[in-house]
Design a protein around this ligand. Structure first.
Ligand code: UT7
Length: 325
C-alpha cells in the first residue's frame, strides 16, 4: 500500500511583544513619517503584529513552535528523521536554522536543511518533506516556518514597515494510509527578483548592498492575484477535486484583499478562509503554519477536513498544497 504523508501535529509561537498600528504610527511619527491605523487596516487588514525584540532570533521562535508541534503529535524529538526550516531571516549565514534547531532539540542524526523561498517557503518546505515521507526514506519530518522580519525592516519606508511581523509555525509530517498531502505545486520566476528583495550580502566582513526589505507593493499585488488563483486550480486539478471540496483555505497572510480576492475567484466563501493577518501581520514563511495552528487550536480546522494552502513571495516564488488534515 502506498504511503501518504499526514500532518500529525501543529504548533506555533509568537513573541510576547505586540505592536498595534497606533503604536507603530507613533514610532514613525517621531521621525516625521505619517501613517495611520485607518490606512493600514483599509489597505491590508492588519491591526497588530508581534516583534521579537533585540537578541531574539528565528531559531528561538522556531524551537518553541517545533516543541509544540511535537507535543501535539505525541512524539519525541528523537522520532524526527528530517527537519526542514523555511526562513529568509536565519540566525546565521551557516549553519542552517534546521541544524541549529536540531541541536536545541537534541535529536542528532537526521537530515537538516533550510529552504529559502521567502513567503512561499513553507509550501516549498512542506512539498519537499512530503516527497521524503511518501517515498518512505524518512518516517517523521518537522517542517518549520520561522521569521524575524522586524530585523530587516526599513522603518523609514512606511510602504513596507507596517506590513510585517515576527513568528513561527511548525507541523510534524508522518506516514499514514489515507489523506494527508493530496497534491502540491511549486513555481518561480527569477526575472521578477527585484520587485521583492533584501539586496544585502556579506563581503569581506562587511555588509554590502542594502540589507533591508524592498518591495514594489503594487507589482507584487498584481502578480499575487494572478498566480495564486492559477496554482490553487492546479493543485485542485491534480488531486481530482474542486473548490467545492475545500473546507478551509489557509492562505499566506499578506493582505486581506489578496486573500479574499483569490478566494472569491475560486468560489470559496470568505467564511471558509482562515484569517489571522489582522493579529499577526505578514510573517512570511511562518504565516501559513501559524495560521493553521491558530485555526486548529480555535477548533475551526478539524481532522478529516480538506485544506487548500497557497502563497506567493520574493523570487518570485509561489506554490500551493491541497491536503486532507
Ligand atoms: O508577502 C509577500 C507578498 N506580498 C504581498 O502580497 C504584498 C502585495 N502588495 C500589497 O499588499 C499592497 O500593494 C500594499 C499594502 C503594499 C500597498 O497597498 P496599495 O493599495 O497598493 O497602496 P499604494 O502602494 O498604491 O499606495 C497608495 C498611497 C500612496 O500615496 P499616493 O501616491 O496615492 O499619494 C502611498 O504613498 O498610500 C500611501 N502609503 C501610505 N499611506 C499611509 C503607502 N504606505 C502608507 C502607509 N500609511 N503606511
Amino acid at each position: 500500500m502506498s504511503i501518504h504523508s499526514r500532518i500529525l501535529g501543529t504548533g506555533s509561537y509568537l513573541p510576547p511583544e505586540t505592536v498595534s498600528n497606533d503604536d507603530l504610527a507613533a514610532r514613525l511619527a517621531r521621525d516625521g513619517i505619517e501613517t495611520s491605523d485607518a490606512w493600514i487596516v483599509e489597505r491590508t487588514g492588519i491591526r497588530q503584529r508581534h516583534f521579537a525584540g533585540p537578541g531574539v532570533g528565528s531559531v528561538d521562535l522556531g524551537e518553541h513552535a517545533a516543541r509544540r508541534a511535537l507535543q501535539d503529535a505525541g512524539l519525541q524529538a528523537q522520532d524526527i528523521d528530517l527537519i526542514i526550516v523555511a526562513t529568509s531571516t536565519p540566525d546565521m549565514i551557516f549553519p542552517s536554522n534546521a541544524a541549529l534547531i536540531q541541536g536545541r532539540l537534541g535529536c542528532p542524526g537526521g537530515a537538516v536543511f533550510d529552504v529559502q523561498a521567502v513567503c512561499a517557503g513553507f509550501i516549498y518546505a512542506l512539498s519537499v518533506a512530503d516527497q521524503f515521507v511518501r517515498s518512505g526514506s524518512v518516517r517523521h519530518a518537522l517542517v518549520i516556518g520561522t521569521e524575524v522580519f522586524s530585523q530587516i525592516l526599513d522603518f523609514s519606508d512606511r510602504a513596507t514597515c507596517v506590513l510585517f511581523g515576527d513568528g513561527a509555525g511548525a507541523v510534524v509530517l508522518g506516514p499514514g494510509e489515507r489523506g494527508g498531502v493530496l497534491s502540491s505545486a511549486l513555481h518561480g520566476d527569477g526575472r521578477q527578483a527585484s520587485i521583492l528583495c533584501t539586496p544585502g550580502r556579506i563581503e569581506g566582513g562587511k555588509v554590502s548592498g542594502r540589507p533591508f526589505l524592498h518591495m514594489d507593493g503594487q507589482a507584487v499585488f498584481k502578480q499575487a492575484v494572478h498566480v495564486l488563483e492559477g496554482v490553487a486550480r492546479e493543485v485542485l486539478d491534480k488531486a481530482g477535486r474542486t473548490a467545492a471540496d475545500v473546507d478551509w483555505m489557509v492562505p499566506h497572510q499578506a493582505n486581506i484583499r489578496i486573500m479574499l480576492h483569490t478566494a472569491k475567484k475560486l468560489g470559496i466563501a470568505a467564511e471558509r478562509v482562515v484569517q489571522t493577518v489582522a493579529w499577526h501581520g505578514n510573517t512570511s514563511a511562518a504565516s501559513i503554519p501559524l495560521a493553521l495552528d491558530t485555526a486548529v487550536r480555535a477548533g475551526q480546522v478539524r481532522r478529516g477536513q480538506t485544506l487548500l494552502l497557497e502563497a506567493v513571495g520574493g523570487g518570485l516564488t509561489w506554490g500551493a498544497a491541497l491536503l486532507e488534515f
